[in-house]
Design a protein. Structure first.
Length: 569
């Protein structure tokens, strides 16, 4: 099938390229460029057609050059698109361009997360003479999208068509209607009038950033102070879109060079990235194993040899047995410290002091993921050994667990999710000191339990990560959690689907954990998160993995992204 598709593309494009009558390079006076409608990845119940129209009109108005460059009418492009089946990406774009007898084709996508919009676009030369011209831009608000597209058009004009800004400004304007579409005036309120569509479930009465009203937390303008609590004072950055579902994330200096790496784990592999100028560049391939499913990732130097270990919690393919692994980097390769372990691992960074490793054993496939006690682990005699039991059996799963002086009274306790994803504070004896009434967390990663009866589906979802941080340097622990909003309201036991999410911070007020602030809701759901100076600017960020699409439906590709909120402490 792959060979057949390649042959079809080759024949179609070759027929166009080799035809001296219709090909633009034989008649340099009028090159043709096709602009495919940009795909929009966002909540299905929101209409972003105005954004697609605005981008199409912008590119047409900036690229059309009378007598030299003409843009294929959109209706012609749409007709050809309807005839293309079974192709995607560059293959689809090249086939469309070949049928339209275009010299160049532009294809791209928009990813909407909250008020942030990222643009991924590419211009392809049908002849293959020129290298593809790629463009990526992160926009913190919708009003930045059209100027960003304008920059892309300027790059094309300069790099591909050799067109100067003077020639552009002197060109007569194109028709106000783009291929039969409604008139779109660049920079006018038509585009700016829809910013609320970018915020999934926008809070009533909460003005958007940039309105001049002091509504955000001093930590970040995207953080909404909880009602009734005093306000203490750029939205978020987003990476390129990954065409994979990311299962876990960790932040740590794995090569001991003084800078933080961002580790991302898909189901079968771990890759380390380095953020340079807020662009994520691949640094290391840490692990690849298609026979296991990764569900957790942590980094810390627990064996005190100066080389941080990477703790990879993973399951077998049947999801009913642990096959966890620990590796560390020696300067040239990743060496295995532990090959196959039946422990869940979680590293906790306390408000003060060095990171601590906690673990929980998974004995048999018949026991659920809360069955065993939680231990603090240390390095002894060449292995990770139990040093202190911090929670008795049946109280928590260590993946949804953190430890510290939560109440500020000098007594250590655990904050952990119960089986229903409700927050609770538990002391060493296992006594629940406080429990919340609302559900937080929410993950689609699961452990497969034995079937209770033939044909049944028995699984247990894992809890989400919890973090503690002292945001105000007031020696008060802040608990940071994720809330993924279930489309079914948590009513279905064995099925979960999330369409929006937010991060939230809590502190102890003497009676319970109360909310300090929360981020505005974003589309998709958060899989994992961490706090560190991931971009090496001297300030910490909250960094999170967002699942835009899990790809559980046949024909729908999984998509993920990394977002980061600056902490302006």
């Amino acid at each position: 099938m792959v060979c057949l598709r390649f042959f079809i593309i080759l024949v179609t494009v070759a027929a166009f390229v080799l035809n001296p009558v219709c090909h633009g390079f034989a008649a340099k006076s009028n090159l043709r460029i096709a602009i495919l409608p940009f795909a929009v990845h966002a909540d299905s119940d929101k209409d972003y057609s105005f954004l697609q129209k605005g981008i199409g009109a912008m590119l047409e108005s900036r690229l059309a050059w009378p007598g030299k460059v003409s843009v294929v009418p959109l209706e012609d492009t749409l007709k050809v698109l309807e005839t293309i089946e079974g192709f995607s990406g560059d293959s689809r774009a090249l086939l469309v361009a070949g049928k339209l007898r275009a010299d160049y084709v532009i294809d791209g996508s928009l990813t909407v997360l909250g008020q942030s919009v990222s643009i991924d676009a590419k211009l392809l030369d049908i002849s293959g003479v020129k290298k593809p011209l790629s463009f990526f831009q992160q926009c913190s608000t919708m009003s930045e999208v059209i100027p960003a597209v304008n920059r892309f058009a300027t790059e094309i004009n300069s790099a591909v068509f050799g067109r100067t800004p003077t020639a552009i400004s002197a060109a007569p304007p194109v028709s106000g209607k783009a291929s039969g579409q409604e008139k779109v005036v660049v920079g006018r309120p038509q585009v700016r009038s829809h910013p609320e569509n970018l915020v999934a479930g926008a809070e009533a009465g909460v003005p958007s950033p940039g309105t001049g009203q002091a509504t955000g937390s001093r930590l970040n303008p995207a953080f909404i102070p909880a009602e009734g609590r005093a306000r203490k004072g750029s939205e978020f950055w987003k990476s390129r879109t990954f065409n994979q579902a990311i299962n876990a994330m960790a932040l740590g200096d794995i090569d001991s060079d003084g800078e933080i790496e961002t580790l991302l784990a898909t189901a079968h592999g771990v890759t380390a990235y380095r953020v340079n100028g807020r662009r994520m560049l691949k640094a290391y391939k840490v692990l690849e194993d298609k026979n296991t499913i990764i569900i957790g990732l942590d980094v810390a130097d627990i064996n005190a040899n100066g080389k941080p270990e990477i703790f990879i919690t993973r399951l077998n393919k049947s999801r009913n047995s642990l096959r966890s692994t620990v590796v560390e980097y020696d300067g040239s390769k990743f060496n295995t410290v532990v090959a196959k372990s039946s422990w869940y691992y979680r590293v906790v960074q306390p408000v003060r002091g060095e990171p601590v490793l906690y673990g929980q054993h998974q004995k048999t496939s018949s026991e659920d993921v809360f069955s065993e006690p939680v231990f603090r682990l240390g390095w002894e005699n060449g292995m990770y050994a139990k040093q202190d039991r911090v929670l008795p059996s049946g109280k928590a799963n260590v993946l949804g667990f953190t430890w510290g002086d939560i109440t500020g009274k000098g007594r250590q306790a655990a904050v952990a999710y119960d089986r229903s994803d409700r927050l609770q504070i538990i002391d060493r004896s296992g006594s629940v000191q406080w429990k919340g009434s609302q559900r937080y967390g929410g993950s689609t990663l699961y452990y497969s339990l034995p079937k209770s009866e033939p044909g049944s589906t028995d699984l247990q979802y894992y809890p989400m990560r919890l973090l503690i941080e002292d945001f105000g340097d007031d020696n008060q622990a802040d608990v940071v959690v994720v809330k993924n909003h279930d489309v079914a309201g948590n009513l279905l036991k064995t099925f979960r689907a999330f369409k929006e999410a937010h991060l939230e911070s809590f502190t102890w007020d003497g009676l319970g954990l109360v909310s300090n602030w929360k981020t505005r809701k974003i589309s998709g759901h958060i899989r994992d998160f961490g706090i560190a100076d991931f971009d090496h600017d001297g300030k910490k960020e909250i960094v999170a993995v967002v699942i835009i699409s899990e790809g559980r439906v046949i024909g729908i590709q999984p998509r993920s992204a990394v977002i980061a909120y600056d902490l302006n402490e």
